[in-house]
Design a protein around this ligand. Structure first.
Ligand code: G6D
Length: 336
């Protein structure tokens, strides 16, 4: 395996890893994945010319590291250790994805480590309270590793100067179709597929999930059958949001997504996975925007969005001062 760096305009670096059958590209802008190809088949959404102004303008966070808090915080406010924090409202009344100065919009320092059978890129940055108005500063490493078995591993290592919230994730969109048709033909599968319904402001209020395995009497469900469901609660959610934008509980952090050609697995130590099926791309008026609803799907492995306002001091996203944070998510692609 070899890695090479291409310096683009706008201070963007592309780190290109070639594993013959598969090729993957990362960038220092947002510590993001820019491309992942199996032979000539692009399995993630990204810009064909890779990381030009497309990524600065793209409001959908393609492939970006998102944080310090992935997802929404209702009314852009929360209480922690008896103190109330007010955050920027960058999504209606809510704070979304760490606010306007989130991790997706910053340049990371990085180091490339060529190891036996794998290449590791260690991205580093510091999130300061004055950047995003969450308590404390966070020293963060985002480690992307790609190995000879076509496995992409993301690790987050962080320490905070004060007790704070930390809920990082990667906002990659997958599309396994060779012709890049919409992802309605993909199947999701896990031994648990529990989908939390959203209120109209995209916030979970009802912590009783819909058990898709019960509804479909199967642990393998086609996205099309969710989008077109007649099951009342699912039908109402699809009418409201145009597709999935929902947190899931899955079994032991493991699920697969497949079409007739590829099998993608995801394995994570984070408690939830948010699946977003890119429901309203037209909101981005740009020549770069070649996308239509359901052009891709995300697998945002993270804590439940808005967990601090749902679960208070039991929220999984609370990171104690000077206590090391570690999380790992692995994406594996295989041809059937
Ligand atoms: C929309 O509601 C969705 C989010 O879930 C997604 O992360 C964002 O677009 C990019 O706001």
């Amino acid at each position: 395996m070899i890695a090479k760096v291409e310096k683009q305009s706008n201070d963007i670096d592309l780190i290109k890893i070639d594993n013959e059958e598969t090729k993957i590209v990362f960038s220092n802008y947002g510590a993001r994945i820019v491309s992942w190809k199996f032979d000539d088949n692009l399995i993630v959404l990204g810009n064909v010319v890779e990381a030009d102004e497309f990524y600065f303008e793209n409001p959908f966070k393609f492939g970006a590291t998102v944080g310090r808090y992935g997802g929404r915080i209702a009314n852009a406010t929360f209480e922690l250790d008896g103190k109330t924090y007010e955050l920027p409202k960058n999504d209606g009344e809510n704070n979304l994805h760490g606010g306007p100065n989130g991790l997706d919009d910053r340049f990371f320092d990085y180091e490339i480590k060529e190891q036996v059978g794998q290449i590791q890129i260690v991205f580093k940055t510091q999130i300061k309270n004055k950047d995003d108005y969450f308590p404390g500063d966070i020293q963060l490493e985002v480690i992307h590793t790609y190995d000879v078995n076509h496995r992409w591993t993301i690790e987050y290592k962080a320490t905070a100067s004060e007790t704070t919230l930390f809920n990082p994730m990667n906002h990659v969109y997958f599309n396994l179709n060779r012709d890049n048709k919409v992802v309605d033909n993909h199947f999701i599968s896990s031994e648990a597929l529990k989908m939390y319904p959203l209120a109209e402001n995209n916030i979970v209020t009802d912590t009783t999930p819909i058990d898709l395995i019960n509804v479909y009497e199967s642990d393998k469900v086609q996205l099309k059958d969710i989008f077109e469901s007649d099951y009342p609660e699912i039908k109402q959610q699809m009418a409201q949001f145009g597709g999935l934008d929902h947190p899931f509980d899955i079994h032991n952090g493991y699920m697969t997504i497949e079409n007739d050609h590829f099998m993608l697995s995801v394995e994570t130590d984070m408690p939830n996975v948010v699946m977003f099926t890119f429901n309203h791309p037209k909101s981005w008026e740009s020549d770069f925007n070649i996308y239509k609803p359901h052009s891709g799907f995300t697998l945002e492995t993270q804590c439940m969005p808005n967990d601090i306002n749902l679960y208070g001091d039991q929220a999984s996203s609370i990171l104690k001062a000077n206590s090391p944070f570690y999380s790992k998510t692995v994406f594996q692609i295989n041809e059937k």
